[in-house]
Design a protein around this ligand. Sequence first.
Ligand code: PLP
Length: 395
Amino acid sequence: MNIKVNDNFRNIKETYLFSEIASRVRAYKEAHPDKDLIRLGIGDVTLPLAPVVVKAMQDASAEMGVKETFRGYPPESGHEFLKQAVSDKYDSIGVSLDLSEIFISDGAKSDIGNLVDILGENEIIIPDPVYPVYVDSNLMNGNKITIIPGSKENGFLPMPDSIKEQKSAVIYICSPNNPTGAAYDKQQLTKWVEYANRTGSLIIYDSAYEAFIVDDLPRSIYEIEGAKECAIEVCSFSKFAGFTGVRCGWTIVPAALAAQDGTSLNKMWFRRQATKFNGVSYPVQRAAEAALSPEGMVQCMENIAYYRKNASMLAEVFDSKGIFYTGGRNSPYIWLECPDHMGSWEFFDKLLNEVQIVGTPGEGFGKAGEGYFRITAFGTHENTEEACRRLMDLL
Ligand code: PLP
C-alpha cells in the first residue's frame, strides 16, 4: 500500500502493563499449580446488574420487538428521558443543567478520547499517575503534554501552583483518581477552577468514580462556582451501576464554554457527535434511566457499599502496619507505598510469590507511580478477607 499512517502513534508506549502482569501470573501458576491466587488487580466491577436495571433492559428489548413501540436510530445526544434523569441527578447536588448541555455516550472512555477532536493546538496538562487514556489520546493527536506529578507530599493531588508556566492549557483532572483513589476537596477544586478561569484554560473533569464518595467532597466540578465557564465533565454508569459491559455514560458541555475565538464548545461537540456517533441503544438508555431512579439508586448503592467494605478492610491492614496509602475511602482503589523502598514490580513479585496476591504495579500508571502499588476493592468479601490475612502476615 502507498498510504501513510498517523506518525503520532509512534509516540505511544506499548501497553505492556496488563500483558506483563498476565505473563508473570501465568508463569507462576505453571510452576505452582496448587497455589490459590487472589486477584486484586482488576479495575472492573464484578457484581451483577441491579434487578431494576435488568427489568428495564428486558422491557425495553420487548418494546423493540413490537411494531408500535419499535425505535430506530436514537437521537445522537441521547433520549430525553435519560438526559432528564441525568439532569435530576445533578439537581440533587444543587447543579442545574439545560438538557442541551447533556450528551449521552457509550461510556466515558470514548468521550475522553474523542474530545481532542474539537480542540486545536493547546498546551496539555495531565497529572501523574493517572488513567492512561488522557495521555495516549493526546499523543495520538500530536499534542505536547506537561505532566504534573503526584507524590506523598501532595497526597497525590497535584495543585495548580506546581505548574511552572502559568498560561492557558487543557487540564485533565480525575477525582476520585484512578489509580490513587485520592479525591480533591472543595477548596482544592476551587483553586483549579480559579486557575482555569484566570488563565483561560479548559478543565476536562473525569468523575467516573463519584459514586464512591462518602465524605463531604464535590461529586461534580459544577459544584464549584465558575466551573461552567471552564470545565467539561465526563461521567459513566460503569462503576456506579456496573455498566462496564453494558456501556453508557454522559458528558456535560456547558453552553457557556467558549473558545478563544468565541466558538461554542457545546455546538462543536454536538456537531462532532452528530457526524461520528450514532447514539446509545434504546434498551441501554432505559437501563441507565432505571439505575438513576430512586429504586435503582438504592440497589446500585448496595453494590457500591459492598466494594467499599472491601476497601475499608484493606485500608485497616495498611493502617495497622503504618504503611502510607491514599484512597480506600471515596474510591475502590488503594494506592500504597511499597514497603522497604521496593520498586513497583519488585513488590508485585513479592506479593505474587510469597502470598499469591495479584495487584497492579504503580509504575504502569505513570512515572510518579514508581514505588507504589494499586490494590482494588472489586473482589469478593471472602477473597478480600483472605488477602487481608495474608497481608497481615507478610507485611
Ligand atoms: N475514567 C476513569 C478514570 C476510569 O478508570 C475508567 C475505567 O476504568 C473510565 C473512565 C472508563 O469508563 P467507561 O467504562 O465509561 O468507558
